[in-house]
Design a protein around this ligand. Sequence first.
Ligand SMILES: C[S@@+](CC[C@H](N)C(=O)[O-])C[C@H]1O[C@@H](n2cnc3c(N)ncnc32)[C@H](O)[C@@H]1O
Length: 271
Amino acid sequence: MTSQAMMTEGSRRVAPRDARLIVGHVLGAALFAPDPSRQETLTWTEVQRCRTLIRRRAEGWPLAYLRRRAAFWDMELAVGPAVLCPRPETELLLELSQQLELPAGSWAIDVGTGSGALAIGLGRLHPHWQVAGTDRSRSALATASENGRKLAPAVRWWWGDLLTPVRIRKLKPTLIVANLPYVAHGARVDREVRREPKAAIWSGADGLSHIRRLIVEAAECLSADGQLLLEVGWGQAREVAAFGASVLHASATVVPDLAGYGRVVILRKTG
Ligand SMILES: C[S@@+](CC[C@H](N)C(=O)[O-])C[C@H]1O[C@@H](n2cnc3c(N)ncnc32)[C@H](O)[C@@H]1O
């Protein structure tokens, strides 16, 4: 069977783009590669592998888990079912970090690091900062540190609940970034999202339990001129901004994504 025939067969069960990417993956194509050669003849093993992955994709498994890697910013990250598949909208946090001028040696912490996407991105963009990624999931941290070893070896990986790892090290970070769980229990989510770790998705009755708790802890931890950059879900920005401004004695800015939805809240401590 040729790769073209396999893509045509796969396209009957999944989106043509997914069939193409799965065939390319089985043939060893790089993550950002264009179409696999349409003429290539697949071995029996490759055909079986393609069919298995196409079946799993049709069952709702995220493509990133099937390919075991995901693109984020300019990086290729290893991912698996222990971590959230990094989303393009989260890149906004890295983009905003480029506008910050923190003194060399400042601590920047990515709370709930998952695959390590944000911590690694910060480490690569700002080599003069000290960066750590934290998570309460040990298996997520194992994935993050594996990615970190290849892409940003200076980044540290700390296990623990929210800012506990920072508090026990008696650090006063200048920057905290976080894309924590923010979906309200009982909310409807895509079936792909249901394949991702529950601990990466759900956060109490209104989706804000983690974010509120982080803001309260940040009030103790952040340096006097510190900032908190938070990714939030649709419709949450105003409430998070108001809560953060009052608890942190901070100025709050809501940053819209390309579609105009407020998806990041910046809280700058003012005293
Ligand atoms: C939405 S995922 C984001 C992962 C990554 N930051 C990203 O943007 O791709 C949230 C992460 O927070 C972690 N997490 C959930 N509750 C936590 C807690 N109480 N303390 C630390 N990490 C937590 C989850 O294990 C998960 O890795």
